[in-house]
Each structure stands twice: as structure tokens, then as C-alpha cells.
Design a protein around this ligand. Structure first.
Ligand code: CMC
Length: 426
């Protein structure tokens, strides 16, 4: 039996149907509200707005739960490869061994960039941020691969092409930025090891495979693979809802991820920790600054729109961080600053009352530093990881008969009506 929410406004009563998800989350369906009542809802930042039904990822922010297609993130981080997790998100189930082998072969076949695309890199100014380059390159893929959603096979190939080539593009952007020739992918390596090979192999110092480093990168990407309706995924869905080509939709996801409040936070955390170190700032003063309402500074890597408990990804990331630092025998002084900062913040009533905990970005930068990734590539690493999630959401939206073009309303607060003044009367 349908449950209804009763809304009384201007003395009139409206019965709005309640929708329930599989794990008990409930939403009031307001689709008919404006037509029936003339009212719209107001929710800047969409903190209380369900924009779609989705079967991809479940989060419970109060309990710190994250599951992809029903499987807890802790299990995937322990047992799954990034490629398998990507399949899970996009296809909705775990692949068979034969499917996984076919995917690996295809990812390898699709890993080269068109040689003309390589030339694009030379023409970006030298200080261009790699996120800007990646977003532009992914958008440009449409010109090189115009075959799109004509068949199920085309579609699968397009998804794999994106997942494979984004990795090549990212490594190439780094190589060009340090004045080295790009390194071609090596068919003998797994997805993660191949990326490390393209990043770090040189004619004079060949890349030496290290399983622990490759495993750490694998977990990093599994943890980032999806996070339901976050800012960049919403951008992908909104842009995709206009039925633009998939490359343009993915490119918009990369652009949205770039910001320091979203994926750019991993880079911002390291800059914050470096500033604390280089200026010898006291942790208590940094916390004081973060609490000061008049100061726009926020503790980077802390807080989350949905998690009001410890981010489950941050817990895993912290373990990986300890493991990889031990393995590489790196003594990263930023780690002790991070730990001191975390301890002080978690003990502070301001952070306790507002439920502000470390998020995935708090420790991820230290993991990336330990495996040799330069700071300005951190958000690119996040983007490679999030790509399967964006694809899964784009697909869900694209084939959902209930979905419409995204087009929110507004409450207009400008001038009512003015007369046009000719230029000599202004
Ligand atoms: N440091 C200090 N105060 C904070 C912080 C922080 N990191 N985060 C939130 N607050 C305060 C905020 O000022 C507000 O205070 P008040 O109620 O007095 O106005 C209160 O906590 C609620 O915060 P909010 O800004 O309304 O929360 P939001 O849901 O709009 O923003 C956030 C979430 C992640 C943008 C925010 O917590 C933040 O800016 N954090 C730092 C950036 C960061 O680490 N981003 C990565 C997010 S995780 C990766 C991802 O999925 O993108």
C-alpha cells in the first residue's frame, strides 16, 4: 500500500506519495507539487534532495557504511581488483573468470592513444594543471572515437576505452610535464602496475614492479570508484541528461572533481600539512583557525556532506598508509603532523558537535606521496578511480525511462520589471 506524506500549505492539503528504497531510506515524491499547488521546494546544495533512484552504491552516513552493488567496501578493498570493481559497478554483478580475462585483453588493446592526440600535450602552457589537461583530453576523445551507443557492444567498448585510455592520458600528462617522452603501456602488466610503469619507467632507470606498491594503488582506486550522488557524479548525470555524448559527460565529471571541496581536497591536505611544517605552525592554532567563523579556512580532509561518522574509506586508507610507509621505509614527517591534527580535532567539542571526522582525502595524499605520485597529480588519481562510478551512473541515467533532462527551478530575487533605458539616458 502506498504511504503518503500530508503537506498543508495555504490552508490546502496535498497528499504526496512516499518512495522507499531497499535499505529503508524514504523520500517524499514531490513531482506533482508545483503543478498541484504552485509551490516548489527550496534546497540549495541539494542536501535534502533525491535526484534519482539508483541501484549502484549504498551509503549510510550515520553508521559509516559504504557498499558497491551491495558489497561492503571493506571486502572489496581486501579482495577485489580495481578492474573487477569497475565491472561490478557498471554491470551490476561480479565478473566470471572468463569475463575478467576478456576485459583485461580489451583494456590492453584499447590502451594506446591516437598519435595525433599526443601532440595536444605539447601545446598546453607548462604550468597547466593536469586536471585541466585530462578534462580537455577526455572531451577530445569524441572526435577520435565517434562510434557511440549504437549497440551494446559499442557501448561496452566505449566504457573500456575510457577506463583504459584515461590511465594512459594521465601518465602521459605527467611525463610531458617533466620533459620526458611518454612511455607506452606494457601488455604484461595489470591495470595498476601498467599505470606505474607509464609514470615511472625511463630509458635509463627501468620501472621495477613492486607488488606492495601496486596493491596500495589498487586499494586507493577501489576506495574511490564510486560514492553515489557526489558533486562530480551529479555533474555527469546532469550534463548527461541533455543526451550529450559520453566523453563530454565524463569530461564534466573531471572538471567538477577538480575543486578543493571535492576531489581537489587530497592535494589541498598536503599543501595544508606542508604549510604547518614549513611555517612551524602550532596544531592548536590551526584548529583555532578552522573553528573561526570569520576565517574561510577549513581543515582540509575533514568533514563530509553525508558521513556524520568516521568515513569507512578513511579507515582503510589509514591502514594502507601505515603499511606502505613501513614497506617503503619512508619516514614522512607529514604523517605525524596529520596524526596530531586528527587527534586534536577529534578531541575538540567543535568537531565533535558538528560530527566532523577525517574523510578519504585526509590520508590518501600520504599514500600517494609514498608511491611517488607528485602532488599536482593527486586529483587525477582520484579521477581515474572515480571513472567507473561516473560511467555506471551515466548508464543508469541514460537508460532509465523515468529520467528527464535536469532542470531545477529557482526562487527569483531580482528586479521585478524595469523599462529598457536607451544608452544616452543611463
Ligand atoms: N573544517 C572546519 N569546519 C568545517 C569543516 C572543516 N573541514 N567542514 C565543515 N565544517 C563546519 C562548517 O563550517 C559548518 O559550520 P556551521 O554549522 O557553524 O556553519 C558545519 O561544519 C557544517 O559544514 P558544511 O560546510 O555545511 O557541510 P557541507 O556538507 O556543506 O560540506 C564539505 C562538506 C566536505 C564540503 C566540508 O566538510 C569541507 O569543506 N571539508 C573540507 C574539504 C574536504 O575535505 N573535502 C573532501 C570531501 S571527501 C571527498 C569527496 O567525496 O569529495
Amino acid at each position: 500500500m502506498t504511504e503518503y506524506a500530508r503537506l498543508i500549505v495555504d490552508g490546502k492539503e496535498y497528499n504526496l506519495p512516499v518512495i522507499e528504497g531497499t535499505v529503508g531510506d524514504k523520500a517524499i515524491d514531490i513531482r506533482s507539487l508545483r503543478q498541484e499547488s504552485g509551490f516548489i521546494t527550496f534546497d540549495p546544495g541539494f542536501g535534502n534532495t533525491g535526484s534519482c533512484k539508483s541501484a549502484i552504491t549504498f551509503m549510510d552516513g550515520e553508521k559509516g557504511i559504504l557498499r558497491y552493488r551491495g558489497i561492503p567496501i571493506e571486502e572489496l578493498a581486501e579482495h577485489s581488483s580495481f578492474v573487477e570493481t569497475a565491472f561490478l559497478l557498471i554491470a551490476g554483478r561480479l565478473p566470471s573468470r572468463a569475463e575478467l580475462t576478456t576485459i583485461s585483453v580489451n583494456l590492453n588493446d584499447l590502451s594506446l592513444l591516437h598519435e595525433n592526440m599526443k601532440q595536444f600535450y605539447q601545446n598546453f602552457p607548462s604550468r597547466t594543471h593536469p586536471m585541466g589537461i585530462l578534462s580537455a583530453m577526455v572531451n577530445a576523445m569524441r572526435s577520435f572515437h565517434p562510434e557511440l551507443v549504437d549497440s551494446k557492444e559499442d557501448l561496452q567498448r566505449t566504457f573500456l576505452r575510457l577506463i583504459s585510455k584515461v590511465r594512459t592520458m594521465a601518465a602521459m600528462a605527467y611525463k610531458v610535464s617533466i620533459g620526458q617522452n611518454p612511455v607506452y603501456p606494457n601488455p604484461n602488466y595489470s591495470y595498476c602496475a601498467n599505470f606505474l610503469h607509464m609514470m615511472f619507467d625511463t630509458p635509463v632507470v627501468p620501472y621495477r614492479f613492486d607488488k606492495d606498491v601496486s596493491d596500495a594503488l589498487n586499494v586507493f582506486w577501489v576506495l574511490h570508484a564510486d560514492h553515489e550522488q557526489n558533486c562530480s557524479t551529479t555533474a555527469v548525470r546532469v550534463v548527461g541528461s541533455g543526451k550529450v555524448n559520453i566523453y563530454a559527460a565524463m569530461s564534466s565529471g573531471i572538471a567538477a572533481l577538480w575543486g578543493p571541496l571535492h576531489g581537489g581536497a587530497n592535494q589541498a591536505v598536503i599543501y595544508m600539512l606542508e604549510e604547518i611544517q614549513s611555517k612551524g605552525l602550532k596544531i592548536s592554532d590551526v584548529i583555532k583557525r578552522a573553528k573561526d567563523k570569520k576565517n574561510p579556512f577549513k581543515l582540509m580532509g575533514f568533514g563530509h556532506r553525508v558521513y556524520k561518522a568516521y568515513d569507512p574509506r578513511a579507515k582503510i586508507m589509514k591502514t594502507i598508509c601505515d603499511k606502505i610507509l613501513k614497506k617503503t621505509k619512508i619516514k614522512d614527517s607529514l604523517l605525524s603532523i596529520a596524526m596530531e591534527l586528527e587527534e586534536e580535532a577529534l578531541g575538540d567539542p567543535f568537531f565533535q558537535e558538528k560530527n566532523l571526522y577525517p574523510n578519504v582525502d585526509f590520508y590518501s595524499g600520504i599514500v600517494l606521496r609514498a608511491i611517488g605520485i607528485p602532488t599536482n597529480m593527486f586529483t587525477v588519481m582520484f579521477a581515474i578511480g572515480r571513472l567507473p562510478g561516473w560511467i555506471a551512473h551515466w548508464q543508469e541515467d541514460f537508460f532509465d525511462p523515468e529520467m528527464k533532462i535536469s532542470r531545477p527551478r529557482q526562487v527569483y530575487t531580482g528586479e521585478t520589471e524595469l523599462k529598457y533605458l536607451p544608452i544616452d539616458q543611463r
